[in-house]
Ligand binder design. Structure first.
Ligand code: SF4
Length: 354
């Protein structure tokens, strides 16, 4: 590398690069913008220009299955106000890794412009990353009123980080024709949720939120649970199956409620409290990027659960057990699927055979 170029690299904020002799240089992380409007992420206009130029989406799709399930997303913020223990995008993780004290937000105007651009090339659902209320209710209200004015035909999928009542869901149902909700509950155990910072409200409040969402026309409502959480014991994990059944008994009659359960993985998120703080009870086997790269290169057999998850051992729930438990709960789910319209028949048979 010629020296003038190297001198320029030194000036680039946030850049990590290598000298010709292999020495790694880490420039100071000094560019931490407080808003996201100066850059388009994802860059849907670029995608459209590419489409017109090359008449093909093949080089742009984010993963192989995308053309079958072409969901798009709105990135409403970089960073998060919440601090869930297993999340690498949490408040403390961004502070540790990105020198960021508060989320950088994308304005409602930019978000709705993204929706308009997406709707010119896709009728697929648009997933809104982060609870739309994360930047405050006035911002959320502005976003929904702009959406209403625009009148998109695409289904909008919203994440909820906090409980919501009739007022919020009226706002949503006025703004978009078709909408769905995702709630990551992780566990039915209220104390465990409080400890891990994930949806730290009571189950009664969770169920009121579900009830209001369904009453206001939510098309599908996904609730996500996990095995392998910090502090989760064997019986806590199994309780997911009972709570899942309870939710389906109460709300599952018309097939709109979909509770899911999965083991935490494939890796602990670097930067998350669970990864960084030993008191959460994990022993990490993969610390560096190279560790993670090598773990992904294990041969096919080893990549299957639970060996793929050799990165960690919770003090309360051993790593292999986390995978086995998720499978056991899936078996219950498969049996329940016969009673409730929550999974296609072929998926149910696949779980039953596992
Ligand atoms: S999991 Fe928690 S910390 Fe992570 S993005 Fe979601 S709400 Fe924020």
């Amino acid at each position: 590398m010629r020296s003038p170029f190297r001198r320029d690299l030194v000036l680039l904020q946030n850049l990590t690069w290598k000298q010709p002799n292999g020495e790694v240089v880490v420039n100071p992380l000094t560019f931490v913008p407080c808003g996201l409007d100066s850059v388009d992420v994802p860059a849907y206009r670029y995608l459209l220009r590419w489409l017109f130029k090359y008449r093909s989406l093949r080089n742009l799709v984010p993963h192989l299955e995308w053309l079958h399930d072409p969901v798009t997303l709105l990135l409403t913020a970089r960073g998060c106000t919440e601090n869930c223990s297993v999340c690498g995008g949490s408040r403390s993780a961004y502070r540790l890794i990105g020198e960021r004290d508060r989320p950088a937000l994308r304005s409602p105007e930019k978000l709705v412009e993204d929706v308009r651009v997406i709707s010119t090339f896709s009728r697929a659902p648009i997933f809104v990353v982060h609870d739309p209320r994360m930047g405050g209710l006035p911002r959320a209200t502005r976003f929904f009123s702009l959406l209403e004015r625009m009148g998109t035909q695409n289904e909008m999928v919203f994440e909820l980080y906090y409980p919501a009542g009739a007022g919020f869901f009226e706002l949503v149902s006025r703004s978009v024709r078709t909408w769905s909700i995702e709630i990551t509950l992780e566990s039915p155990d209220e104390a465990l949720r409080r400890r891990n910072g994930q949806f730290p409200w009571s189950n009664a409040v969770v169920e009121e939120t579900i009830q209001e969402a369904l009453a206001h026309g939510c098309r599908t409502l996904d609730v996500f649970f996990m095995t392998g959480l910090p502090g989760q014991r064997y019986e806590d994990a199994l309780a997911i199956a009972d709570y899942r059944e309870h939710l389906l008994d109460r709300f599952g009659a018309d097939g709109r409620l979909h509770p899911f359960v999965a083991p935490l993985g494939p890796f602990l998120d670097p930067g998350s409290r669970a990864f960084e703080q030993p008191q959460f009870g994990y022993r990490t086997f993969c610390r560096t990027l190279e560790d993670h790269r090598l773990a992904f290169l294990l041969n096919g057999d080893e990549l299957k659960w639970p060996v793929q998850h050799r990165f960690r051992i919770g003090t309360t729930l051993l790593r292999n057990l986390a995978a086995g438990l998720a499978l056991e709960i899936h078996h219950t789910a498969a049996r329940l699927a016969g009673r409730y319209d929550v999974a296609p028949a072929h998926a149910t048979r696949r779980v039953e055979r596992a």
